[in-house]
Design a protein around this ligand. Sequence first.
Ligand SMILES: Cc1cc2nc3c(=O)[nH]c(=O)nc-3n(C[C@H](O)[C@H](O)[C@H](O)COP(=O)(O)OP(=O)(O)OC[C@H]3O[C@@H](n4cnc5c(N)ncnc54)[C@H](O)[C@@H]3O)c2cc1C
Length: 378
Amino acid sequence: MPSSHDDVVIGAGILGLAHAYHLANRGRRVLVLERDPRAQGASVRNFGMVWPIGQPEGPPRDLARRSAALWKSVLEAARIWHDPSGSLHLAHRDDEARVLREFVEGSEQGHPYRWLDPEEVRKLSPSVNRRGLLGALFSPEEVCVDSRDVLARLPSWLASELGIHFRFDTPVTAVEPGRVIASGDPIEAERIWICSGDETRVLFPKLLRACGIVRCKLQMMRSEPIGPPGSLGPMLAGGLTLRHYPAFQRCPGLPALSARITQESPWFDRHGIHVMVSQTRLGELTIGDSHEYGDELGPFDKAEIDNHILEYLRGMLDIPGLRIASRWHGTYAKHPERTHVVLEPRPGIRIVTGVGGAGMTFSFGLAEALVNEVLSPR
Ligand SMILES: Cc1cc2nc3c(=O)[nH]c(=O)nc-3n(C[C@H](O)[C@H](O)[C@H](O)COP(=O)(O)OP(=O)(O)OC[C@H]3O[C@@H](n4cnc5c(N)ncnc54)[C@H](O)[C@@H]3O)c2cc1C
């Protein structure tokens, strides 16, 4: 009997959904298999920041920009909340202002970035802590999505608009060319796309172990609503973030800033902390994060990490009585040198993983490129 699916996608995280979207747009009959009753991995645990500014100029930022454009068109078509609010990198110290100005001045021709003085910052972002504020870098390109909402609602839109089939609560335990075993039953398809996030122990475990990806655990928090959605203004980052994203590595002032932070507050290095804030469609703030790498990431969160994050946050934001409503951690798979990892263990089988802390940002753009590679560009 001929198979009723052209493509099986394993995993209903954002990479799985983005692949399913592009495949179905190319006329393929797609089935998505997700082991949990709904996606519960990194894709629902993040800030919801689609963040081109974090990527270095050149192909990574171009891909992130393409992805942001795709995100907007999908969310508009599906009528899912999102806020193209852009981002602000705040400078409360001289070395931070220096790096941010260097970033603007050294950016490619026609760049969209602007250095704002404190009054301009306050107009855009009334909750920013004005004590010691020297200014901020504004970028209009970043898009805020509410990850929980997107991952819950996108599957039914993909099903009704593009005819994609979904089976939740359906773990895949084996994959071979043309066939997967899902919940004990065989399912046939011409191609199989494995988008299983940081789950590296079930499908092709030896290959995944050997490819150099590492797991990372991040602690996060969400506040009670601080006002209507959008009241925060652009999504926020501070001085610690300048050390985190490769985009700022070209700034001559970065080593001095980095050394000052290491000397003044070594706990940020110890826990890989940098502090960012976004706002959900319900007005809550999503706050994080820390980075702990390795194979033996414990199940327990550290109160010390949350305290350091909140202390730093108080220097960025002035919101009296801010209350934390929930805390969690997420994990992702990251490759130390590459933006993503694509493996082809057997003909017709592709593993797409290792997108690290930029998987939301890259998702729709990366999936488009990879689907085009296999089906040839339109
Ligand atoms: C705390 C945190 C904050 C982050 N913030 C951001 C951000 O703001 N912006 C950004 O760009 N990126 C961010 N990231 C990174 C981003 O969230 C991830 O890169 C991205 O979500 C990875 O998507 P994925 O689909 O590969 O993995 P996942 O979301 O983990 O999805 C994988 C899915 O596959 C399923 N699965 C696994 N194995 C099987 C199997 N055998 N059978 C069936 N199903 C299976 C899992 O259940 C899961 O639902 C953050 C990550 C974390 C953890």
